[in-house]
Design a protein around this ligand. Structure first.
Ligand SMILES: [Zn+2]
Length: 444
């Protein structure tokens, strides 16, 4: 009895010891690593690279840099890495290689860099389709100078900034068939740049030219650095039901968003900043202070231009697509907010509407949208040319009809055919009113 008891207890102890060994070996792999890196995305942009780590839980991390050679080291405590690192840096000019090592549940990631960069590191709380993230931006040190793409502008060109909404980490709205707004906006933006660059007297600058995110404040400062006269932001609409459809054009005002739709849109833009940017986490204060001071000074002028272009763009869009709204809408979009630059935001259609989602991915329709936006902008600046611009020499001047002046008299005086004069002024008949304003081409 006694012996057997001892034997049994020895056996039990052996089993317990064995169990503890198994447990402790499990422990060192898993239990210390309560967190995990489940995804890594690299978004190279012209002036920075954004690296996003998907982490299961709020990350605990430390980071530091080393030189000769330049490296960025990030230690994630209690974290294992589930991502293959081999090909992550393939298309990035700033990161040569990712490598990792594990020590006591801590994962150390080493990014071998091409040179030293300015760093921004911040965690992002779950938003949209994303969970917890850690975001690292590697900024080129001479970025403010390098950023100016200085288009070969001849004197008198009107510079149009084209802002393709969203990008990179921020997909924008996603259609029922999986279409990303960020792709549609970039495709239309690129087509718009092409038609504008072909137009004598106009030149376009893309605020983003690839699949990366540009901070909303940064978008306007890029526009300013490029001496942009007018900024057009391209988006595709979405709603939580598939019904709403059609295009709309937005102009920024101080007025609060009133309709359910505009509230939805404004919230969506906030979400966008949360998805792709720092949101409230990092703020570029020095820059935005300047932006707001400038904005106050010239708000009135730029609002007038914004509404003028908006009306012209709507007129053109109407010819090729259904309109959701037939007048310019007032919005409170951050991308339009620095209103020292007159600007509009074009919602090219609803990506949440099945038919329009299909259209928006169709190259021919994208081209039509681009042509309409170009024509609308052009028409405004022809009718109201900027001083010193090429359009000021080819645009229209105004003529106020006085008593005794008929269409034929004016056609003769300005050396233009009656039919052309009628078509320019959208006249249905030959009769004129006294006091009526006519557009007269400057070059006859
Ligand atoms: Zn958008």
């Amino acid at each position: 009895m006694y012996h057997r008891f001892i034997l049994a207890s020895v056996k039990l102890r052996t089993i317990m010891l064995f169990g503890a060994l198994i447990l402790s070996s499990l422990f060192s792999v898993n239990s210390f690593a309560a967190n995990s890196i489940d995804g890594i995305r690299v978004w190279p942009a012209p002036e920075n690279t954004r690296i996003v780590f998907d982490v299961k839980q709020k990350p605990e991390f430390k980071y530091f840099t080393l030189s000769k050679p330049d490296r960025l080291v990030i230690d994630f405590s209690n974290t294992k890495n589930a991502v293959a690192l081999n090909n992550l840096a393939t298309n990035d000019p700033r990161i040569k290689r990712f490598r990792s090592s594990v020590n006591k549940g801590k994962t150390r990631l080493v990014l071998e860099l091409s040179q030293s960069y300015q760093l921004t590191v911040f965690p992002l709380a779950p938003a949209g389709q994303y969970g917890n993230r850690l975001v690292i931006d590697l900024y080129d040190k001479n970025r403010s100078k390098k950023n100016v793409s200085s288009p070969k502008q001849s004197v008198g060109d009107i510079i149009i900034g084209i802002d393709a909404g969203h990008g990179g980490e921020d997909p924008g709205s996603i259609g029922g068939k999986g279409t990303y707004e960020k792709k549609v906006t970039l495709a239309i933006a690129k087509k718009l740049k092409k038609v504008i660059d072909k137009e004598k007297g106009m030149k376009a600058v893309l605020i983003r030219s690839g699949d990366y995110y540009v901070d909303l404040n940064r978008r306007t400062s890029v526009a300013r650095d490029n001496n942009v006269h007018f900024l057009v932001s391209i988006h595709a609409d979405a709603f939580h039901t598939p019904g709403p459809h059609g295009a709309s054009v937005w102009v920024v005002t101080e007025k609060r968003a009133e309709s359910e739709l505009s509230r939805w849109l404004v919230n969506r833009e906030k979400k966008s900043e949360l998805l792709g940017g720092g949101g409230g986490v990092i703020k570029n204060t020095s820059d935005s202070n300047l932006a707001f001071t400038l904005a106050d000074m010239s708000k009135e002028h730029s609002l007038g231009v914004s509404f003028g272009v908006a009306n012209n763009v709507i007129k053109e869009l109407k010819k090729i697509t259904k309109m959701h709204k037939k007048t310019p809408q007032n919005g409170n979009f951050a991308v339009l907010k620095s209103s020292d630059i007159p600007s509009i935001l074009v919602e090219t259609g609803f990506i949440s509407n099945h038919k329009e989602e299909k259209n928006l991915t169709w190259s021919k329709h994208q081209q039509r949208l681009a042509n309409a936006i170009h024509q609308g902008i052009k028409n405004h600046f022809l009718a109201h040319p900027l001083t010193g611009s090429y359009f000021a020499t080819v645009g229209y001047k105004k003529h106020k009809v006085r008593s005794g002046e008929s269409l034929s008299v004016l056609a003769k005086r300005y050396n233009i055919s009656m039919s052309k004069l009628k078509s320019i002024n959208n006249l249905k008949s030959n009769s004129l009113r006294i006091g009526q304003t006519l557009k007269i081409p400057r070059t006859g």
